[in-house]
Design a protein. Structure first.
Length: 240
């Protein structure tokens, strides 16, 4: 993958801004604006698309008999997948999300889990996130959590979320980063930007279409699977 600096150099030239000696230490207004647009573009791309590995990650949580467990420091959000939280031992089932405190309180107070494992997430990027289960995850049972990482670049070969070195490389597509910076800059300066924004959206749509995130796996086998009882049998079979 290209370096972040190389992509930002291209964006700066298209914005008619001279490239700095070092993006990391550049502090003039134009350079700071471009770096702000870089962060905004990266955040938006992580919010909108379930990118494949290495941005998408799995975390196995092994039950210890408590309700809540810490999620990885790089956690940004769960993947948009009905099986994003899946119990891989025991009943082997997808866990069901709860999005309101009222529903969670009702489930816990009435012990209404039944045959379903519910979960909810809480926290923020500064203090960290955690996931809570109801019923509590039994000791030894494992749940796999699929999530989108906040890491959009690599520094020294390690995933990171902050651009800190001129040699850092991108994990997100370079064309989306470059054009995302450009149209935001043009909008800020009151210049025509609709064409570049439309190009950005078209590339984003194509990338999403090519990515695994919109593919679905039919666990039933779909129309191709035939069972013995799929073959019609007449109500009356005459004797030979």
């Amino acid at each position: 993958m290209p370096t972040v600096a190389a992509v930002m150099d291209e964006a700066a030239r298209e914005c008619s801004i001279a490239t700095p000696t070092s993006w990391i230490t550049a502090t003039s207004l134009s350079y700071m604006e471009l770096k702000d647009f870089l962060k905004q573009t990266a955040r938006e791309l992580l919010d909108r698309i379930d990118w494949p590995d290495p941005i998408a990650q799995d975390q196995a949580i092994t039950g210890t008999g408590v309700a809540a467990y810490s999620l990885p420091a790089a956690f940004k959000r769960l993947t948009r997948d009905p099986m994003a939280v899946y119990e891989t031992t025991g009943n082997r089932r997808a866990c069901t999300p709860v999005t309101t405190n009222g529903v969670w309180t009702y489930l816990v107070e009435h012990n209404a889990a039944g045959g379903t494992r519910y979960f909810r997430t809480s926290g923020d990027e500064e203090s960290g996130y955690e996931i809570e289960f109801f019923d509590e995850l039994e000791t030894g049972n494992v749940v796999t959590v699929s999530y989108i990482s906040k890491n959009w670049l690599k520094t020294g070969g390690n995933p990171a979320s902050t651009w800190a070195d001129v040699a850092d490389t991108l994990l997100l597509p370079e064309d989306l980063i470059r054009i995302g910076v450009i149209w935001r800059f043009r909008r800020r300066k009151g210049l025509p930007y609709a064409d570049r924004m439309a190009e950005y959206e078209a590339i984003l749509a194509r990338r999403a279409n090519d990515s695994r995130i919109i593919r679905s796996v039919d666990m039933s086998g779909g129309a191709k699977r035939r069972n013995p009882f799929d073959v019609p049998i007449p109500d009356y079979i005459p004797s030979s």
